[in-house]
Ligand binder design. Structure first.
Ligand code: SF4
Ligand code: SF4
Length: 424
């Protein structure tokens, strides 16, 4: 973890040119200086120089950031404002501690081996007591108000069977050409097992054997983005151990946010002196997002027959974690353009953040919906039947946005579309 003087040094490099203002999704909706990168970096400087302190207001202003990286992408001085803001959140947590709700969710739920699966298993049979079916949707909504969750929100039902309860250990391909590990992620495990199943289908079809540790855990990103470094470190240790026993060429994560956490942030959690650091670096070097893996390894084999009648129009939303953090944006489009039966149409501002931002959309639901509105308008303007993306958070957010606007469109993970279109 960086120290306050180190974070201050980084923040001071901002020359306050304001280039980041025109693109920041939060600033564009609020038009308030403290909410753009420049304002937040100024506040961090003030705290670093002793002119201000780690107050509740400091924490509130820093929390109004999606960590989308749009400011960093557009900064002529190469300032990684999103990373500096995240580090400042960690310094705040170090100084003032987590809130009670954060502590309960991160330390006692996410980081507990038994509690989260147990609670969610109970939730499968009890969910209809708390949630009611939205007649025109496949989703649910709260029957009565509960803290932290807005009653308007579309909530996907928990899966009857969690992915990791059905699939763990080795799943061998008939004619094995490669061996990889699969990092499932919470959304695919508990809500949409069909995503990991699609990845499994594609890999097996192409001779890729898959190792799925049954004891893998949450990647830790929700806690990490909120400034808690202790929970993600504990989860990282467990995930690295879970994949350690097998000789794997790659560890593939279908969710772009998980992939970015495992690849880019795990190395930050282990100090130079940590004996587990070399193992963490090896683990992270093997992690790859599913669309990159498909592009590099399966691309030519998978994509065949892009001709013929086009039954559906599909558009693609770039997850921030995939495009800005991992630099992947060509592969998903190449797949979608070449798949049989699909007509690809680029939506306007496809790389604009959808407003999900981890816990941002829970704590700031109205603002998150405002940011999402532009994305939904772009989707509507594209006239696509199907919206593809590659991150579980974006998937949930876009489903909710379409529901709020009363629009009927399929929202699918890229691997589901590739699976359906190529393996029929
Ligand atoms: S973060 Fe970069 S673009 Fe934004 S004001 Fe500072 S130097 Fe300018
Ligand atoms: S990371 Fe995104 S939301 Fe946060 S300041 Fe930068 S552009 Fe704005």
């Amino acid at each position: 973890m960086k120290t306050l003087p180190q974070v201050l040094d980084e923040a001071r490099k901002c020359v306050k040119c304001g280039n980041c203002m025109a693109q920041c999704p939060v600033y564009l909706e609020t038009l308030e200086e403290p909410f753009v990168a420049r304002g937040k970096l100024g506040l961090i400087e003030a705290v670093g120089e002793g002119d201000s302190e780690f107050s509740k207001r400091f924490s509130k202003i820093l929390s109004l950031c999606l960590l989308c990286g749009t400011c960093a992408e557009n900064c002529p001085n190469g300032i990684q404002a999103d990373e500096i803001i995240r580090q400042a959140r960690s310094l705040f947590v170090e100084e003032r501690g987590l809130s009670l709700s954060q502590k309960t969710i991160f330390r006692y739920l996410l980081d507990s081996e038994q509690l989260m699966p147990l609670l969610l298993k109970g939730g499968v049979s009890l969910q209809h007591l708390f949630l009611e079916k939205i007649p025109e949707e496949s989703g649910l909504r709260l029957r009565f108000p509960v803290p932290f969750i807005d009653q308007r929100r579309l909530i996907p039902p928990l899966a009857q069977d969690f992915f990791l309860d059905l699939h763990s250990g080795w799943v061998r391909a008939e004619k094995e050409v490669k061996r990889v590990g699969l990092f499932v992620g919470c959304v695919s495990n508990y809500l949409f097992p069909r995503i990991s199943r699609a990845a499994l289908d594609i890999f097996l079809h192409h001779g890729v054997s898959i190792y799925i540790p049954g004891n893998q855990r949450c990647c830790g990103l929700p806690a990490f983005g909120s400034g808690d470094e202790q929970t993600p470190l504990s989860l990282a240790q467990k995930n690295i151990e879970a994949f350690a026993d097998e000789d794997l060429e790659k560890i593939v994560a279908p969710c772009a946010s998980c992939a970015s956490m495992l690849k880019l942030n795990y190395p930050l959690l282990f100090d130079e002196s940590d004996p587990m650091r070399p193992q963490a670096l090896t683990f992270s070097s093997k992690v790859t997002d599913a669309s990159q893996f498909l592009g590099q390894f399966l691309g030519q084999m998978t994509i065949s027959g892009g001709q013929g009648r086009k039954a559906k129009r599909v558009t693609y939303h770039d997850p921030c974690h995939l495009r800005r953090k991992l630099g992947i944006f060509k592969e998903p489009r190449s797949f979608l353009k070449a798949l049989p039966g699909l007509e690809y149409v680029e939506m306007r501002e496809a790389n604009r953040c959808c407003g999900q931002g981890g816990s941002f959309n829970i704590a700031n639901y109205d603002l998150s919906l405002k940011i999402l509105e532009r994305k939904i308008q772009a989707i509507e303007h594209s006239d696509a039947d199907v919206v593809a993306t590659a991150c579980s958070g974006c998937l949930l957010q876009i489903m909710d946005g379409l529901h709020q606007q009363g629009l009927k469109k399929e929202v699918r993970h890229l691997v589901e579309i590739v699976d359906q279109a190529t393996l029929l």
